[in-house]
Design a protein around this ligand. Sequence first.
Ligand SMILES: Nc1ncnc2c1ncn2[C@@H]1O[C@H](COP(=O)(O)OP(=O)(O)OP(=O)(O)O)[C@@H](O)[C@H]1O
Ligand SMILES: [Mg+2]
Length: 241
Amino acid sequence: MAVSTPPRAPAPLAAHHLTKRFGQRVALSDVSLDVRVGERLAVIGPNGAGKTTLLAILAGVLAADEGSVSRETRALGWVPQQPAVYSKLSVAENLRLFARLERVADPEAAVGRMLEQTGLRERADDELGRLSGGNRQRVNIAIGLLADPPVLLLDEPSSALDPRQRERLWELIEGQASAGTSIVFSTHIVGEAERYGDRVLVLADGELVFTGTPEDLHAQEPAAARDFEAAFVAFLRARGH
Ligand SMILES: Nc1ncnc2c1ncn2[C@@H]1O[C@H](COP(=O)(O)OP(=O)(O)OP(=O)(O)O)[C@@H](O)[C@H]1O
Ligand SMILES: [Mg+2]
């Protein structure tokens, strides 16, 4: 008897041959990818590699010159490095404002749900500008999640945080992933790509030079012993980056 395998859920997000130029500069060159349901995809690469450009195109806030993005009909969640939040408004007021801007069906319920999920209930009435960096970043993520998106895109979500806040932040993101939200994040802390990425995408000078598991990437440079970051640097160096 034939064993039937369950049908694979369609990718909630896929990009096909994306190219983006800024004047003469090619920021992204022929990049294709897909993201699976509940998958955590890490995007790493040197400064100027095109990570932010790629995420912004996937989020739909920047247009590609060539190529296309297929998304689910629901909007994606987008957490840019510098979100447009209002520091004079409270946490809850910011969430309410963005819930309305995004035309969330029941804004109050969404705000309540996000205050719970992010552990910010007690800070709901605090002015955003007075929060710690870690809590502010939780608000940014809450805004990205207000519309319950199938995919959450985060650009260097932990870059300004201390190790303890970083850990808390990843607990929040991991919780979302295990509830089925796909996560795409960029980071310069390559240990986070190793720890939290099911797959890693390496960009260099706008080109996609690697897609695979962190173990696969490490295996490309076995001389780099157990250190993933050293393997990543050796991988780039061997390819002239
Ligand atoms: N608005 C813009 N105008 C002109 N050039 C841009 C613009 N945005 C990005 N670039 C250029 O495109 C390239 C890719 O930039 P991008 O910000 O995507 O890289 P990145 O990988 O996110 O870098 P970083 O690690 O420093 O954040 C860089 O050469 C950058 O200078
Ligand atoms: Mg960037």
